[in-house]
Design a protein around this ligand. Structure first.
Ligand SMILES: [Zn+2]
Length: 211
């Protein structure tokens, strides 16, 4: 299979760059490519950029585990890893390998929690089996899951931890986030009421002057 980066321009031109499987998997030099000028009109702003990413396999996972800077689909790494539920055994093997960097293991653990989250409300046998299987594998690695806890997104933990059989404790930071959000909402509401009142006052004053 051929891998390539594409960069579209408003003028209709599409520039392509052939890349290797490894470059495509980790989007190496991708930003440089999409930030370059259109080969037809010289415009620097692109209208779209795309990568055809390879499937995550043992080869890529090995390279990924050995390079802290390499990320699968940088914005959504855990979500990307979670799309490959057929890789469950492979991920477990890496999670259990003592030589693997702990940060990388945490990413894999989070991706397994996402697989559970995605199936939380599914009722067909295949999804139920997958969900229960992952849950029991994570339960047997409870210590590792707890060590990775702060890497895992709060809403994912809230749903997946009870299914795994691990107590979900709302973290202090999330409580703070909620408080800040609540305060923010309340102050925004107050402010808009004040604005409305002061506008009313303003118009009342003008009306008074005109009278
Ligand atoms: Zn152009």
């Amino acid at each position: 299979m051929n891998y390539q980066y594409q960069r579209g321009c408003e003028c209709g031109n599409i520039d392509s760059l052939e890349v290797s499987k490894i470059e495509a998997a980790f989007e190496l030099n991708y930003l440089e490519f999409i930030k370059s000028e259109c080969s037809k009109c010289g415009e620097k702003k692109m209208s779209f950029g795309s990568v055809n990413s390879p499937e995550i396999d043992r080869e890529l996972l090995t390279i990924w585990s050995e390079n802290v800077d390499y990320l699968f689909c940088p914005q959504d790494e855990e979500l990307t890893l979670a799309q490959y539920n057929e890789n469950l055994e492979l991920y477990l093997e890496f999670i259990d390998n003592e030589k693997i960097d702990f940060g990388k293991k945490s990413v894999l653990i989070e991706s397994l929690c996402i697989m559970i989250y995605d199936r939380a409300n599914k009722t067909d046998k295949k999804d139920l089996d997958t969900k229960n299987r992952i849950a029991s594998e994570l339960k047997s690695r409870e210590n590792l899951v707890l060590l990775s806890e702060h890497y895992i997104m709060e809403y994912i933990k809230k749903v997946s931890f009870p299914i795994i059989g691990i107590e979900f404790k709302e973290s202090l930071s999330s409580k703070l986030d909620n408080e800040i959000h609540k305060d923010y909402l309340e102050s925004t509401i107050k402010e808009s009421i004040q604005n409305r009142n002061s506008k009313n006052n303003f118009w009342t004053k003008i009306k008074n002057i005109w009278k």
